[in-house]
Ligand binder design. Structure first.
Ligand SMILES: Nc1ncnc2c1ncn2[C@@H]1O[C@H](COP(=O)(O)OP(=O)(O)OP(=O)(O)O)[C@@H](O)[C@H]1O
Ligand SMILES: [Mg+2]
Length: 517
C-alpha cells in the first residue's frame, strides 16, 4: 500500500514536471499568433467538458483608481461569513484601539452553500509583468475575487445570490463604519481617498449618548424614535410622493435641556455622520452651497443656536425699516467691509440651503437646528417642509428624572422619589442640573446621599427663585412708582402749560378788543 502510494506520487510528480516543461516550451517557441489560436480553442474545448462558470471581481476595475464597490462589498461579506473557515488569514486593525479583523489571505479559497448550491470563492492576486511607476499611492498588485459555480445555477447565482452578497456586504459596512464628526470652521483640506479639496475637516464621532440614556417623557421619546426610523426606511415613499429624502428637525428649549445630546443620540440611533455647520465662519451663500454639496448621505447637518449664528432674524425687519435705518446700515456696512471675515450668509441663502434644489442631491439627510429662543426665528425658516418636526425640550419632568436616576444611580424606585417629584413640580430644573446633582461627589456617596444632595439643590434653587421673584417684584414696583411719578409730573407740566396758554389768550383778546375800540 505504502509502496503504491509512493509510486503514485513519483509518477504524478514526473507528469506534472513534463506538463510544465511542455507549457514552457509552448510559451517560448510557438509564434504568438498560433499560440493565441491554440489558447482560444483550448478554452472552448475546456468549456465543453468543464461545467463550471467563473466570475471575476477586480479590486480596481478598468484603469480607475477607485476601488470597486462590488469588490469591497464581497470583501466585507466574506470577512463576516467565511473567513472563519479559511485556513490562511490576513489580520489587520481597522481603527485604533479596536480588535483585529481577519480576512482571507491571497490565493485562499472558501466554499459556501446557498440554497443547497455549492459555490467557491477564491481570492487571487496577479503581479503585473511590466514594472511601471505608479503615480497613485496604491500597490501595483491586482487583487481579485473569483466565484465558481456549476453553470446549471447561473440564474440563481447571478440574480439572487450576488444581490444577497452585495446587500449584506453593504449592510455590514454601514454597521461597522467609523462615523465622523465634521466641522467647517477649519481651513480647507485634502480628502485622502478622492484626491480633492474639501471644506470639511473631521474627527471620529464618538459620543456615548443614546435614546435610552436620554431623559425624556417616554411617550415623546418613542415618538421621536419612530419618526427617525420611519424616515430612514422611507426612500421609496419619498420618491413616490416626489419629495427630496430629507427631514428637518427644530430642537428648542432652555440651555441644558439636552438638545445637543439628542443630536448625538439621533446619530447613534441611525448610524449617521454628523456635520456641525458653523454658520458664522461661512463666507457667503455660495460657500454655504459648496459645503452642502460636499456632505455625504446618511448624515445629520446640525446648526447650533441658530438664533445667535447670524442676524437672520433681523434682516427682514431691516428691509421694512430701511429708510429709518439707512444711516445705521451705512455704519454697519463700513464695519463689515473692514472685517472681511464676517459672514455674508443671508436668510434667503439659508432657506435655499435647506430646501432648494441643491439640498436634494445625495438624500437621506437630517437637518437639525437648535435654539434657545424659538420665537426669535423667522417664521419662514421654521415652517413645515423646512423644519418638519418641532421638538420642545423643557425642564426636567418626573419621568425624565426617573431615567436619570436609573442611569446615574441604578435606582428604579426609592422612598425619596416622591419628595423629588413634588419639588420638580414646584421648581424648574434642567436635566443638566439634575444630572449634575445626582452624580456622586465622593467615594462615600451612595444613592441615598446623592438623592439628598439633589433635594438640597432643589431647596437652594427654590430659595434662589423666591429671592429672584422678590427682587423682580421690587424692581417692578420701583419702575411703576417712577412711571407714576413721571406721569404725575407730565400732567402737572401740561396743566401749567395750559394755564399759561389761557392767560396768553385772555391777554391777546384784551389787546384785540382794545384795537377794535
Ligand atoms: N434630557 C437629558 N437627558 C440626559 N442628559 C441630559 C439631558 N439634558 C441634559 N443632559 C446633560 O446635560 C449636559 C448638557 O446638555 P446639552 O449640551 O445637551 O444641553 P443643550 O440643550 O444643548 O444646551 P445649550 O442650549 O446650552 O446648548 C449634557 O452633558 C447631558 O449629559
Ligand atoms: Mg447645545
Amino acid at each position: 500500500m505504502m509502496m503504491m502510494s509512493g509510486e503514485m506520487w513519483t509518477q504524478l510528480g514526473s507528469a506534472v514536471a513534463s506538463l510544465m516543461f511542455a507549457w514552457a516550451m509552448f510559451q517560448q517557441y510557438f509564434p504568438y499568433e498560433l499560440r493565441r489560436h491554440i489558447e482560444k480553442y483550448g478554452q472552448k474545448l475546456v468549456g465543453l467538458v468543464y461545467p463550471y462558470v467563473q466570475i471575476t471581481f477586480n479590486e480596481y476595475p478598468g484603469d480607475g483608481f477607485v476601488r470597486s464597490k462590488a469588490y469591497i462589498a464581497i470583501e466585507t461579506y466574506l470577512m463576516a461569513n467565511s473567513s472563519s473557515r479559511a485556513k490562511r488569514l490576513r489580520a489587520d486593525m481597522e481603527r485604533e484601539n479596536q480588535s483585529l479583523v481577519f480576512s482571507m489571505d491571497d490565493h485562499e479559497e472558501v466554499t459556501e452553500e446557498f440554497k443547497g448550491i455549492k459555490l467557491r470563492w477564491a481570492s487571487n492576486k496577479s503581479i503585473p509583468s511590466r514594472q511601471s511607476i505608479s503615480f497613485y499611492p496604491r500597490e501595483d498588485d491586482k487583487r481579485y475575487y473569483t466565484l465558481t459555480f456549476h453553470r446549471r445555477y447561473r440564474d440563481v447565482i447571478t440574480k439572487t445570490y450576488l444581490t444577497h452578497v452585495m446587500d449584506e456586504g453593504k449592510a455590514i459596512q454601514v454597521k461597522k463604519r467609523q462615523r465622523k464628526l465634521y466641522t467647517n470652521s477649519g481651513s480647507e483640506s485634502w480628502n485622502r481617498y478622492t484626491y480633492r479639496r474639501t471644506m470639511w475637516s473631521h474627527v471620529q464621532f464618538e459620543h456615548p449618548a443614546t435614546f435610552e440614556t436620554l431623559a425624556l417623557e417616554p411617550k415623546m421619546k418613542q415618538e421621536i424614535i419612530n419618526d427617525l426610523i420611519t424616515f430612514s426606511k422611507a426612500k421609496e415613499y419619498y420618491a413616490k410622493v416626489g419629495k427630496a429624502w430629507k427631514r428637518g428637525y427644530l430642537l428648542y428649549g432652555p440651555p441644558g435641556t439636552g438638545k445637543s445630546t439628542m443630536i448625538a443620540a439621533m446619530a447613534n440611533l441611525l448610524q449617521y455622520d454628523v456635520y456641525d455647520l458653523e454658520l458664522t465662519s461661512v463666507k457667503d451663500n455660495t460657500e454655504l452651497r459648496k459645503l452642502l454639496i460636499d456632505t455625504s448621505s446618511k448624515s445629520i447637518i446640525m446648526i447650533e443656536d441658530i438664533d445667535c449664528s447670524l442676524d437672520l432674524t433681523g434682516q427682514r425687519k431691516k428691509e421694512k425699516e430701511k429708510d429709518e435705518d439707512k444711516e445705521k446700515d451705512l455704519v454697519k456696512k463700513a464695519k463689515n467691509e473692514d472685517d472681511s471675515k464676517s459672514s455674508k450668509v443671508t436668510l434667503s441663502g439659508l432657506l435655499n440651503f435647506i430646501d432648494g434644489l441643491w439640498s436634494a442631491c445625495g438624500g437621506e439627510r437630517l437637518i437639525v437646528f437648535t435654539t434657545n429662543y424659538v420665537e426669535k426665528l423667522d417664521p419662514a425658516l421654521i415652517r413645515r417642509g423646512r423644519m418638519d418636526k418641532h421638538i420642545e425640550l423643557s425642564y426636567c419632568s418626573f419621568e425624565a428624572f426617573k431615567v436619570l436616576a436609573k442611569n446615574y444611580l441604578d435606582l428604579d424606585s426609592h422612598h425619596l422619589f416622591t419628595t423629588v417629584g413634588r419639588l420638580l413640580e414646584e421648581t424648574n430644573m434642567t436635566p443638566a442640573d439634575v444630572a449634575e446633582n445626582l452624580m456622586p461627589k465622593c467615594a462615600e456617596d451612595d444613592p441615598e446621599s446623592c438623592l439628598e444632595n439633589l433635594i438640597k439643590a432643589f431647596e437652594k434653587a427654590k430659595e434662589e427663585a423666591r429671592l429672584k421673584a422678590e427682587e423682580e417684584e421690587r424692581v417692578k414696583k420701583e419702575e411703576e412708582r417712577l412711571k407714576a411719578e413721571e406721569e404725575e409730573k407730565q400732567k402737572a407740566d401740561k396743566e401749567e402749560k395750559e394755564k399759561g396758554e389761557c392767560a396768553e389768550e385772555v391777554k391777546d383778546k384784551k389787546i384785540s378788543d382794545e384795537e377794535v375800540k
